[in-house]
Design a binder for this molecule. Structure first.
Ligand code: ATP
Ligand code: PRP
Length: 305
C-alpha cells in the first residue's frame, strides 16, 4: 500500500467508477486502450504498468468534484453526475463514450391522480439528484405558485435518498420521484410512469482545466477515442458493378470516403467502408437491392479515426 501511495507523485491520476453501472464498461475501455494495471485486493488505487498513470477507483458521484478540484487529473462518469455536482465550468469534456445512456425522469404512480408535472407543484419529491430536481421544480414553483403560497412555504419539497428511489411512493415518502430510466423496467416494476424528462445522460471522459500532464491526457484521449469508434463501427466489404458504384457509395459513404479497388472481373469493383453497427442490417439490404455481391462484415478491434 505504502509503495503505491509513494509512487503517485509523477503520475497522471485517472478517476474510474469503483462499482455500479459504469464500472465494467470502463474496465473494457481501459483494456482496449492497452492500459495495463494490477489492482490489489480492496485497494482503490492501481498503478498502470506501461504508462505513468495511476487509476483511482472512486464512487461515480464523487468523480466530478475530484476532477474539478484537481485531486485527480481526469475521469469517467455520467453527465448526470457532472450536472448534479455543478462543476461544469471547472472541467473540460473530452469524449462521449457511448455507454451508460439513460434519462433522468419525473415519475409518479400509475394509480394516482397526478398526470403531469404541474400537479406535483407543492408536493413531495424523493430523489438522489436533489440539485437537478431542485432546479427543475423551482422553475415550476415560480410559474404555478402564487406569492402567498410561496410565503406560506408551499414550495415543492425535495428530499434525498441514496438508492432504491423507486420505492419512495409506495412507502408513502413521496408523491413523485426523479430517477434514472434506461429500459424502464425498474419504473414499471414499481408501478410508476414517467411524466417528464429532466435531462439525458451518457458516460463521458473529462479532465481538469489544468491537468498535470496535458500531452499524456491527449494520448490517452486518442486511444480511448479509437476504442469507442471501434465499438461503434464495423468494416463492410462488398463487390459491385461499376455502373452501380455511385449509388453504392451513397449508401456507404464511409467516414472520409470508401476505398474502391478494381476486381479481376470486367466491370466489377470491390468497396470497403466503415459503417455504423446500428445500421448494418439496413445497409446490407439496400446494397443487395442494387446488386452488390459477397457482402462481408468485419469487427474492428481498435482504430484511430
Ligand atoms: N440503468 C442504467 N442504464 C444506464 N446507465 C445508468 C443506469 N443507471 C445509472 N446509469 C449511469 O451510471 C451512473 C452510476 O450509476 P449507478 O447506479 O451505477 O451508481 P452508483 O451509486 O455508483 O452504483 P450503485 O448503484 O451500485 O451504488 C449514473 O450516474 C448514470 O450516469
Ligand atoms: O430503466 P432501467 O433499465 O430499469 O434502469 C433504471 C435503474 O437503474 C439504476 O439503478 P441500478 O439498477 O443501477 O441500482 P441502484 O438503484 O442501486 O442505483 C437507476 O437508479 C434505476 O433504478
Amino acid at each position: 500500500m505504502a509503495d503505491v501511495i509513494n509512487s503517485l507523485s509523477d503520475r497522471l491520476l485517472f478517476g474510474i467508477p469503483k462499482k455500479g453501472r459504469l464500472h465494467e464498461h470502463c474496465l473494457s475501455l481501459l483494456s482496449g486502450a492497452d492500459i495495463n494495471f494490477h489492482r490489489h485486493n480492496r485497494l482503490d488505487i492501481a498503478l498502470v504498468q506501461n504508462l505513468p498513470i495511476a487509476l483511482v477507483f472512486l464512487p461515480a458521484a464523487d468523480i466530478p468534484k475530484y476532477v474539478a478540484d484537481g485531486n485527480v487529473d481526469l475521469g469517467i462518469t455520467g453527465q448526470d453526475m457532472i450536472l448534479e455536482s455543478q462543476v461544469g465550468d471547472r472541467i473540460e469534456q473530452l469524449l462521449e463514450l457511448g455507454f451508460g445512456k439513460c434519462k433522468l425522469e419525473v415519475q409518479v404512480p400509475v394509480r394516482s391522480n397526478i398526470k403531469n408535472v404541474e400537479d406535483l407543484v407543492g408536493k413531495r419529491i424523493v430523489t438522489s439528484f436533489v440539485v437537478l430536481a431542485g432546479v427543475y421544480f423551482e422553475e415550476l414553483d415560480k410559474k404555478y405558485l402564487s406569492d402567498d403560497q410561496k410565503k406560506e412555504g408551499k414550495k415543492t419539497k425535495i428530499e434525498y435518498v441514496s438508492g432504491s428511489v423507486e420505492a419512495a411512493c409506495a412507502l408513502g415518502l413521496a408523491d413523485g420521484i426523479v430517477d434514472l430510466v434506461e429500459s424502464g423496467e425498474t419504473m414499471r416494476a414499481a408501478g410508476l410512469q414517467s411524466i417528464a424528462v429532466v435531462c439525458s445522460s451518457q458516460a463521458i471522459l473529462f479532465r481538469n482545466k489544468n491537468p498535470s500532464n496535458p500531452s499524456l491526457v491527449s494520448k490517452l484521449t486518442s486511444r480511448i477515442r479509437g476504442v469507442v469508434a471501434a465499438q461503434k463501427y464495423v468494416l463492410l466489404n462488398y463487390n459491385i458493378q461499376r455502373h452501380s458504384l455511385s449509388e453504392a457509395t451513397k449508401i456507404t459513404p464511409g467516414r472520409q470516403a470508401p476505398t474502391i479497388s478494381p476486381l479481376e472481373k470486367d466491370g466489377w469493383v470491390e468497396v470497403q467502408s466503415m459503417v455504423c453497427k446500428n445500421n448494418v442490417a439496413e445497409i446490407m439490404d439496400q446494397l443487395e437491392e442494387i446488386g452488390a455481391k459477397d457482402i462481408l462484415i468485419f469487427n474492428i478491434n481498435n482504430c484511430r479515426v
